[in-house]
Design a protein around this ligand. Sequence first.
Ligand code: PCA
Length: 211
Amino acid sequence: MSRVLVTGFEPFGGQSINPSALIAAALDGRRIGDSQVIGAVLPCVFGRALRELKQLLRQSKPNLVLCLGQAGGRSAIAVERVAINVDDARIADNAGATPIDQPIALGGPVGYWSTLPIKAIVQALRNADIPAEVSQSAGTFVCNHVFYGLMRSLIRKPVRGGFIHVPYSTEQATETQPGMSLAEMTRAIELAIATCLETDVDIRLSDGSLH
Ligand code: PCA
C-alpha cells in the first residue's frame, strides 16, 4: 500500500495550539484511496524541523508528502506554489533563533516548485465550498524552510511533495484574523490528498478562473 506523509507544526509565536498539528494527528492512520496516511508533528525550529522531516522520509518511504503549517490572518486554505532559499525570521523560532537573510542551502537554487497539482487542489476545494487559493509565497520562516528542504530532498525521486498553509482555527480567530473549523480544514487536506492521488498532470487554468 502506498503511503502519504502529512506533517504539521507544534504551536509557535505565543499560540497554544497549531491547527496544522491537529490536522496531521486527525489524519494519522486514515486510508485515502489506496493510501495510508502517516501523520507527524515537526518542531517549529529552523534546522531541527528539517532533520526530523528527513528522518520521517527515511523511515516511512512515502509516495506523497504534504507539509502543513499555520498562517494566521489568512482566510483560505493556501496551496503554496514555490519554496525559496532563504531564512528570514520576523519572530524567534521555538529555540529562540532569528536567522536573517540566510540561505537554507548554500549554493542551492533560488527556489523549488511544489510538485503537487496545486490548481487541481484549489479547484477541488472550491468545488466542495471550502475557501482555497494558490499562494505565491510560503514566507521566510520555518514553514518555507521545511518546504525548501523537502523539495530539495525529493529531487530525482519519484515522490511528489508540497506545502499547504491553513488559517487559524475557529478557537484562535480574532476580530481581524479569521478562523476556519478544524473539521473543515481536515476535510480540505483529505480532499487535497485525494486530488494528488488522482491527478497526474495539473490543470492549466489561471487562479482567477478557478471556481
Ligand atoms: N507556521 C509557521 C511555522 C510553523 C507554522 O505552523 C510558518 O508559516 O512559517
